[in-house]
Design a protein around this ligand. Structure first.
Ligand SMILES: NC(=O)C1=CN([C@@H]2O[C@H](COP(=O)(O)OP(=O)(O)OC[C@H]3O[C@@H](n4cnc5c(N)ncnc54)[C@H](OP(=O)(O)O)[C@@H]3O)[C@@H](O)[C@H]2O)C=CC1
Ligand SMILES: O=C1CO[C@H](CO)[C@@H](O)[C@@H]1O
Length: 380
């Protein structure tokens, strides 16, 4: 029997969850938007049986086993806590909450509930990222020397580009680092299993003032431009960040994030230098993994379900040459989540504890920037 799932949020990523859930074999039974009218429109558009009038109606629906939260960040804590307390499994979008106080409480609430609680760090589920993790776990790479990479976009490039994320009150005190940087940090953790022991950060707001349209702007829709009426608004979150990292094993790292780099639509890159070889991957060509050698020719590995690392088996459905991409990662993350619930085994998905760790890291990054010094994290 499929799990019966309700999705919260009808913007950019809510429908991606609906599609991913269906492709993962689960049943989407209901949807909630920011109003009864928005719920109804989304239910009609996406062919979902129930449109909820409000969150209480969703919680009261005994047909719902599981809730996927894709509302803006500031709602995550209340909605995830209430859903767990109502006996539902929860898959919440990243970042898990606005502060580590909230995310820490969510970890406790999840444990008390006995329900499954995951955070949608979907990028882990690109098959070549899972394959990279398998290579590191098998010892093929040897110990990690250092890690470098970036997550770069251009959808905030113009001062007329606006979204709720640019306001700390809506998305949290950190923007580029929390919104996309935590994907990179989570991915590197999932591949190397190395904890970050200290951070040193430099953040920058390129546009301290933006033009806010007087109506709502959905993620990745075009910005204000044209004739849409706007008002100037002070921006209290960063467009850019550079973070130096020290890992618990002594390895070093550097992460660069930007939401104002023209032409980079949604580009995550990493390069991991190990004792025996290096690995590199770019989300713009996600079916390829580069393996670098000093004493023999480098390798360009093309995704092929038959030759993926053992731990990546089952997370790639299409033969080599039939590319898998962004929507597939949602399907695979949800497959991992629901398979783990069904099997009753250890979580094989990004947990609330891992989502909490990202928020702790974000706070250390902000503190480092504000105090212009290295900040150590408790890695015990
Ligand atoms: N893992 C990934 O790859 C991605 C993750 N995300 C994460 O997903 C979340 C949503 O982002 P995104 O889809 O881009 O944002 P959007 O603004 O495009 O969508 C948010 C949706 O939530 C609705 N909403 C607002 N308040 C509520 C509420 N109280 N209850 C239910 N729905 C509500 C909004 O309605 P209305 O428009 O009417 O206000 C809108 O439909 C964020 O946390 C973001 O970080 C986003 C993109 C990619
Ligand atoms: O998680 C995310 C990944 O990239 C998006 C675009 O796809 C975001 O900006 C976002 O919140």
């Amino acid at each position: 029997m499929p799990f019966r799932v309700a999705v919260v949020g009808t913007g950019f990523i809510g429908p991606v969850h609906v599609e991913g859930l269906r492709r993962a074999g689960q049943e989407v039974v209901g949807i909630l938007g920011s109003s009864a009218e928005k719920s109804k429109q989304a239910a009609d558009r996406l062919r979902i049986p129930t449109a909820y009038a409000d969150f209480d109606a969703l919680l009261a629906d005994g047909d719902v086993d599981s809730v996927h939260i894709t509302s803006p960040n500031r709602y995550h804590f209340d909605q995830a806590a209430a859903a767990l307390k109502a006996g539902k499994h929860v898959m919440c979008e990243k970042p898990l909450a606005m502060t580590s106080e909230e995310s820490g409480k969510l970890v406790e609430i999840a444990a008390e509930s006995g329900k499954a609680a995951g955070v949608n760090y979907n990028i882990r589920y690109y098959p070549m990222c899972l394959d990279a993790a398998g290579r590191v776990a098998s010892g093929e790479l040897g110990g990690v020397f250092h890690v470098a990479g970036s997550y770069v976009q251009d959808w905030m490039f113009h001062p007329t580009d606006f979204n709720w994320r640019v306001l700390a009150s809506e998305g949290g005190e950190l923007r580029a680092v929390a919104d996309i940087g935590t994907h990179w940090l989570d991915l590197i953790y999932s591949i190397t299993r190395l904890d970050v022991a200290a951070v040193c950060a430099d953040l920058h707001t390129v546009y301290p003032t933006r033009q806010r349209p007087t109506g709502n702007v959905e993620t990745f829709s075009s910005g204000a431009g044209g004739d849409i009426p706007t008002e100037p608004i002070a921006i209290d979150t960063e467009d850019y960040g550079c973070v130096m990292l020290r890992f618990a094993n002594g390895a070093r790292g550097v992460l660069w994030v930007s939401q104002v780099t023209a032409g980079r639509k949604n580009c995550l890159r990493f390069e991991i230098a190990g004792e025996k070889e290096s690995l590199a991957w770019v989300s713009e060509s996600p079916n390829d993994l580069w393996v670098g050698h000093r004493d023999r020719p480098n390798e360009a590995v093309i995704r092929d379900p038959g030759s993926l690392a053992e731990s990546a088996q089952g997370f790639s459905d299409y033969p080599a040459g039939h590319n898998e991409g962004f929507p597939d990662t949602f399907k695979m993350c949800f497959r991992a989540f629901y398979n783990s619930i069904e099997s009753g085994g250890q979580p094989n998905y990004p947990t609330f504890a891992e989502g909490h760790r990202e928020i702790v890291l974000c706070e250390a990054i902000l503190e480092s920037h504000q105090e212009q010094r290295w900040i150590e994290l408790n890695t015990k």
